[in-house]
Design a binder for this molecule. Structure first.
Ligand SMILES: [Zn+2]
Length: 492
């Protein structure tokens, strides 16, 4: 065994996901089987919803009690929130989506904490959906056929300043309870996503808001902080149908309602293949947190795109040091955002994290999280567009190998998943039959077309055995679970 030298050079491939954090099935059954516990949870949720609505109405100067009843469908993991008479949001105020959708998120959070697993939440107003009250305005436009080769995307990053009527004060659209302003934070996420889509997907990317730092003359604010509405007004002054849909509205924040519609109107004008909207979410409860992706309830064909994006975001975010347990929903959620409804192309909203939760706020300000989350959005889109499935990166088992002393042998490596090149295969030593005779190695692999193969060498004259652990790591930091195998150096 003297002079034994293995110099195993290896390349392998694989991906692995951390398992999701969700209410366990056992818990759900427990609450579901106990009518008393179930009724208690539902009563608490009803009370929470009613008090959120009361506060919301108070903010608009109305003192009113509206009854709320809630039903949970355990089989479909859905919740129906029914408001009694006295509350019917309309087009002015964008059907209260900036109130109702965060309310849904907090009800989902409380339901799951109580062991009731809820994904989709919908609302009834005195027994009817909003679509029944406003069939024309809320109709989903006919969808264009998804093209097999996609060429362009609209990246729409949140809100921005709007002008309030009648005083014409300029205000951001979103609250910033912890100092992070969604209106100015999201555009940096948009820049990141734009670059990734251009480089990795090869698409032309349009933006809904200006990125110019020059001043918008009317407000004196930087263009990059303005809502899409004003950007589009400058680009297309004649196209009032695009950015000025409510000229006669009495609502003070009518330009906010116009802005929500202006972004998908622009997507339709451009005829892009996909519309990706980036937001951060907010909740009355600081405990609500994590990544969510939404598609429109009446456009279920967009769900696979939303799920693919969520899956890839989970893969890449959780691969980053410190983010292994970052909360990310397992499945996309159906809702009724105007931003997702109006586009004639697949349209989804990414709520990257909550600007009302301290841990999420720390993540949102971290360039590592920003890059990882947007890599996930691009990858999820790209896999969906290519008809590929988002699946964990995993190395196939590697058989034990015999190698003749003073020779080498190539071993092909199989994997599942969709790694981003270049790849690195890291071989570490589990054991070596002669101390100091075995060497750990890392090999990089640049060509996605070439099959992955590792070269295992026995450079010394002696025989012996090394047990090796192979890990495949991709350019985004996604790594496989370790795969162990043995290499024996044998005499012929
Ligand atoms: Zn937003």
């Amino acid at each position: 065994m003297k002079g034994l030298k293995f110099a195993p050079v290896v390349v392998a491939c694989g991906l692995f996901f951390a398992s999701p954090v969700l209410a366990s099935g056992a818990q759900v059954e427990k609450v579901a089987e106990d009518p008393g516990a179930y009724a208690e949870v539902v009563a608490l949720l009803e009370r929470e919803a009613a008090s959120q609505l009361t506060r919301h109405l108070q903010q608009t100067g109305e003192l009113r009690q509206v009854s709320v009843s809630i039903r949970i469908d355990m089989k479909n993991r859905s919740m129906m929130v029914s408001f009694g008479p006295g509350y019917l949001p309309g087009p002015e105020g964008s059907y209260d989506e900036l109130f109702l959708i965060p309310m849904a998120s907090s009800l989902r959070f409380y339901a799951e904490k109580s062991g009731l697993d809820v994904n989709d939440i919908d609302f009834l107003f005195d027994g009817k959906t909003l679509e029944e009250y406003y069939p024309e305005d809320l109709a989903v436009p006919p969808q264009v056929q998804v093209r097999s080769t996609q060429t362009s995307a609209l990246v729409s990053a949140s809100h921005g300043y709007i002008s309030l009527h009648p005083g014409r004060e300029w205000e951001f659209q979103r609250p910033a309870p912890l100092g992070v302003q969604e209106d100015t934070l999201s555009p940096a996420y948009g820049d990141e996503l734009q670059g990734l889509i251009e480089q990795r997907s090869g698409l032309t990317v349009h933006r809904a808001r200006s990125r110019s730092t020059e001043l918008h003359p009317e407000s004196g604010k930087p263009w990059e902080h303005m809502s899409s509405r004003y950007h589009l007004k400058a680009l297309f002054p004649e196209r009032t149908d695009m950015w000025n849909e409510f000229p006669n509205s009495p609502a003070s924040a009518r330009e906010k309602d116009e802005d929500i519609r202006a972004r998908p109107n622009y997507a339709n004008h451009l005829g892009v293949d996909v519309m990706l909207s980036l937001h951060t979410n907010g909740s009355e409860s600081a405990s609500v947190r994590g990544t969510e992706v939404y598609y429109h309830q009446e456009k279920p064909q967009d769900k696979p795109l939303a799920d693919s994006i969520l899956c890839a975001m989970q893969e890449i975010i959780r691969a980053q040091p410190g983010y292994q347990d970052f909360p990310i929903r397992e499945s996309s959620s159906a809702a009724r955002h105007g931003e997702n409804r109006i586009g004639t192309m697949p349209s989804i909203i990414v709520e990257t994290a909550y600007h009302s939760n301290p841990d999420d706020v720390a993540a949102l300000q971290d360039p590592v999280f920003r890059a990882a989350s947007m890599k996930g959005v691009e990858k999820g889109y790209r896999l969906w567009a290519a008809g590929k499935t988002c699946e964990p990166l995993a190395l196939h088992p590697i058989p034990d190998v015999d190698v003749l002393v003073q020779s080498s042998r190539d071993v092909g490596l199989g994997y599942t998943g969709n790694p981003q090149y270049p790849l690195a295969v890291e071989l570490s030593l589990t054991s070596c039959s002669e101390a100091g005779a075995c060497t750990p190695t890392t090999t990089t692999f640049d060509d996605p077309v070439k099959p992955l193969a590792i070269t295992l060498a026995c450079n010394g004259p002696g025989s012996g055995v090394v047990r090796l652990t192979a890990v495949l790591r991709d350019a985004d930091g996604v790594a496989t679970a370790p795969v162990e195998f043995a290499q024996a150096c044998v005499r012929g």
